[in-house]
Design a binder for this molecule. Structure first.
Ligand SMILES: NC(=O)c1ccc[n+]([C@@H]2O[C@H](COP(=O)([O-])OP(=O)(O)OC[C@H]3O[C@@H](n4cnc5c(N)ncnc54)[C@H](O)[C@@H]3O)[C@@H](O)[C@H]2O)c1
Length: 425
């Protein structure tokens, strides 16, 4: 039997059954996109709570509406039973790839999943990894689980990094070009054909390792440039210059400059994490990563610099943090700078509350305590001697904040005009 032609045909006819493992910020939108393009999908996760919501057509991700899950329900099944892997043709892994407490890549989620599914793999399937990881992971980590197969002939293996930008109104999964790679040419062709059925543009690269590197490079590019502009901000601050005016003017150069904006630090699953993945493999190969390290350090030091500058200007005892999600209009608090702010303020015995219209409760291993979002109103705002804007959600009432706060630290340039009660940091 020619397994390559069989799988290619199924993909062309959209009769290939898609299994997506890990239904988080990456996996759930991907499952919906395959369903939208008329593929049948089984979405796997170990999180019983998430599965129970999805089975009731409920989304747990703020920017994915329930209506979308309801719309495609006839084509997606949600499962915790990994035996059902035997039923699918395509297995896409959208699993977390965090760092350990010693800042090393943690591929344990991928390992655990492979252990769970290895007995249900069969000839003619493809596994594609989408998680961000260091160059060499797919080959060194996944292919050993496929030693009973002939990769490229009767089983296929690909890597295609996710470029999801949650809630980006301009670019969607369908319009963001997708990097594809394969263990062999057959693996690459199948990966490429599969994604070209659900999105507009596929870009192929010559190896799994190249594709893995591309993803890290993209995120490190952001980390380094954000680090650079945060350093520019600290210098401009000392010289009494407005960094935003400087960026706007620099941005008029039509070539060789891309504007990045300073902020309270970086958050989310990618930008604070991915530099460690590349540094780890670089160090293993005796390459020292100075620029990547220092950019990451500048970004992670932002909360402490902002608090130090605030305290230099004002005595504060009680702070209200506005916005704890790592990014505007999201509800995701993973690696959010707000957590570091709270930790530092707490150490200084400063009382803290927060308000975030998207995050009702703030839980983090690093805080060892759950905070609840306070309702925002004029009376309560007056109680705080400092309000720190960390996330500039669109639906916040900035007029109310401006009018009723005694002192505001604006880390996002929400108030573009100079105001007597606003310190931009
Ligand atoms: N979130 C983003 O915007 C984004 C963008 C690009 C790339 N990525 C990368 O994509 C990968 C996934 O990120 P995410 O944001 O979707 O993570 P996530 O934490 O939102 O989702 C991961 C899902 O995997 C599930 N899971 C964990 N272990 C499992 C197991 N053994 N079996 C089945 N399911 C399991 C979790 O319950 C969760 O639902 C990461 O490598 C991340 O770096 C994320």
């Amino acid at each position: 039997m020619n397994f390559y032609s069989a799988l290619s045909n199924k993909i062309s006819k959209k009769t290939a059954k898609i299994g997506i493992i890990g239904l988080g910020y990456v996996g759930l939108p991907l499952a919906l996109q395959f369903a939208k393009k008329k593929f049948n999908v089984i979405g796997f996760d170990i999180d019983i709570y998430k599965l129970s919501l999805l089975k009731k057509d409920k989304s747990y991700i703020k920017h994915i509406p329930n209506s979308l899950i309801e719309k495609y329900k006839s084509r997606i099944k949600f499962e915790r039973n990994f035996q059902k892997i035997i039923l699918v043709d395509v297995i896409i892994l959208c699993l977390p790839t965090p760092i350990t407490s010693r800042f090393k890549p943690d591929l344990s989620y991928i390992k655990k999943t492979l252990e769970n599914i290895k007995s249900y793999l069969s000839k003619g399937q493809i596994i594609i990894l989408e998680s961000s990881t260091y160059p060499g992971s797919t080959r060194d980590f996944i292919s050993p689980y496929l030693k009973n197969f002939n990769i490229g002939k009767n089983f296929f293996l690909g890597y295609s990094p996710e470029r999801e930008d949650p809630n980006n109104k301009k670019y969607s999964l369908e319009t963001i070009p997708k990097i594809c790679s394969g263990f062999t040419d057959n693996c690459l062709n199948i990966t490429k054909n599969l994604y070209s059925k659900i999105l507009k543009k596929v870009v192929t690269v010559s190896s799994l390792e190249t594709a893995e590197f591309v993803k890290l490079y993209e995120n490190i590019y952001r980390s380094v440039n954000i680090g650079l502009v945060n350093e520019m901000k600290m210098i401009a601050n000392k010289l009494n210059l407005n960094i935003y005016e400087i960026i706007e003017a620099a941005k008029t150069k039509p070539f060789g400059f891309q504007a990045f904006y300073p902020g309270p630090g970086v958050g989310g699953h990618c930008i604070p994490v991915d530099p460690y993945y590349l540094s780890w493999i670089a160090n293993k190969n005796n390459v020292k990563t100075n620029l990547i390290y220092h950019a990451g350090k500048i970004n992670s030091d932002m909360p402490s610099w902002i608090i130090k500058e605030t305290i230099r200007k004002r005595k504060i005892n009680k702070v209200l943090i506005i916005g704890v999600a790592y990014k505007k209009d999201l509800d995701d608090t993973r690696e959010a700078p707000s957590i570091e702010f709270i930790k530092i303020l707490r150490k200084k015995k400063i009382r803290i509350d927060y308000h975030d219209p998207n995050v009702k409760y703030l839980k983090s291993r690093k805080l060892k305590k759950t905070y609840a979002s306070k309702n925002l109103n004029s009376q309560m705002l007056k109680k705080y001697d400092c309000v720190i804007i960390i996330t500039d959600h669109s639906k916040l009432d900035y007029e109310l904040i401006k009018k009723n706060s005694r002192f505001i630290v604006d880390t996002r340039n929400v108030f573009s005009k100079k105001l007597s009660n606003v310190l931009k940091l």
